[in-house]
Design a protein around this ligand. Structure first.
Ligand code: PLP
Length: 381
């Protein structure tokens, strides 16, 4: 087929957005409005009743005893590390294939991020590579449940138990994901969540939370997030301001009962993509590990000709994005850690080949079909 005809295939057809937050269902939108209005009426804007109620409900949703509402997922990671006593002189092992905030929180806590490469199949941190990165200074491991699939937690917890170090789950992309029946965030010492608007459970602004089964840790995070204070104007330690506000909590409370349904819609969309894109030579589909419930925060495929395919999809009006173009050890602020290109080959290759396709709960089957057909057309050439 000549290239002009190829381009024409997308013309006239409706664009397929990468994500469209405006499509949330009308009933839910009304519930959100009512919830928000009741906060405006109450004038109790910070750590009000909805914050307490959301914390209780979200802890139980995750299968954890406690939940502390915070200002963001980044703060949840930072405060989990701080509350676990991690700081200067300590090393924390994490994956180079994640959003910048994971390692940024480690650095901001005063510790040194130490990267360990990822598993070829799940794209999460490899337990075998963690073993190799351990030193006497290692005080914690931060696995990231990337794209909505949990890391291989059993061997990670085993390593941590043997070394008596903490595991802090970065569950910012994995609300409702499961590993052998356990909820994301409920296995390690703490689980950190982001409610950034595009996450599986999203607020209408920045918000986050930490879940844990450790009462002392929960109390310390609650205090640290309010300037190290439990009793007003009495400060026990230096903290930060990272309180969850009532407006976001009320909105999250309205959306939480729909989370499983929204995740099931993501899973159905993923299943349709997989059916339509199977057996394409040169395209690797995301794999769901045994015993894992993937919640497809992103639906990402692996393609050698990634940049060409992305341009082709762009021209056809199909939103595709790159998460993530650069692994963290090659980001400027971490260059002082001394890791160069070639240090983590699996992550580096994935950053060259990964492409995320349109994915959100309300995506339509015909949109998935059109995206998949465009990809098949690309590979026919
Ligand atoms: C979104 C995200 C964060 C940060 O969450 P914010 O709420 O934006 O601060 C951290 N880690 C991962 C893996 C994320 O996807």
């Amino acid at each position: 087929m000549p290239p002009t005809q190829l381009k024409a295939s997308g013309k006239g057809a409706q664009p397929v957005p990468f994500i469209d937050l405006s499509r949330d269902d009308r009933v839910l939108k009304n519930e959100i409005k009512t919830a928000a209005l009741s906060v405006l009426k109450s004038c109790h804007y910070i750590r009000g009743r909805p914050c307490v109620e959301f914390s209780e409900k979200f802890a139980s949703y995750c299968g954890a005893k406690y939940c502390v509402g915070l200002a963001s997922g980044t703060d949840a990671l930072f405060l989990a590390l701080k509350a676990a006593g991690i700081g200067p002189g300590h090393e924390v092992i994490t994956t180079p294939f994640t959003f910048f905030a994971t390692a940024e929180a480690i650095a901001n806590a005063g510790a040194k991020p130490v990267f360990a490469d990822i598993d070829e199949d799940t794209w999460c941190i490899s337990p075998a590579k963690i073993e190799k990165a351990l030193t006497p200074k290692t005080k914690a491991i931060v696995p990231v449940h990337i794209f909505g699939q949990m890391a291989d937690m059993d061997p990670i917890m085993k390593i941590a138990a043997a070394k008596k170090i903490a595991v802090i789950e970065d569950a910012c992309q994995a609300h409702g994901a499961q590993y052998k029946g356990c909820g994301a965030g409920s296995i390690g010492l703490a689980g950190c969540f982001s409610f950034y608007p595009t996450k599986n459970l999203g607020a209408c602004g920045d918000a986050g939370a930490l879940v844990t089964n450790d009462k002392e840790l929960a109390e310390r995070v609650l205090r640290l997030a309010d300037h190290g204070s439990k009793i007003k104007y009495i400060h026990d330690e230096i903290g930060v301001n990272s309180r969850l506000d009532s407006l976001q909590a009320a909105i999250l409370l309205a959306k939480l009962p729909k989370l499983d349904e929204m995740n099931n819609k993501r899973r159905a969309a993923a299943a349709l993509y997989k059916k339509l894109l199977s057996s394409i030579n040169g395209l690797v589909l995301p794999r769901e590990a045994q015993g894992s419930r993937h919640v497809y925060h992103l639906f990402s495929v692996r393609v050698e000709q990634r940049d060409r395919l992305k341009r082709y999809l762009d021209e056809a009006g199909i939103g595709a994005q790159i998460y993530y173009p650069v692994p963290l050890h090659l980001q400027e602020p971490f260059s002082s850690l001394g890791r160069q290109a070639g240090s983590f080959p699996v992550s580096e290759q994935l950053c060259r080949e990964i492409l995320s396709l349109p994915m959100f709960p309300e995506i339509k089957d015909r949109e998935i079909r059109r995206a998949a057909k465009t990809i098949r057309d690309f590979f026919k050439n």
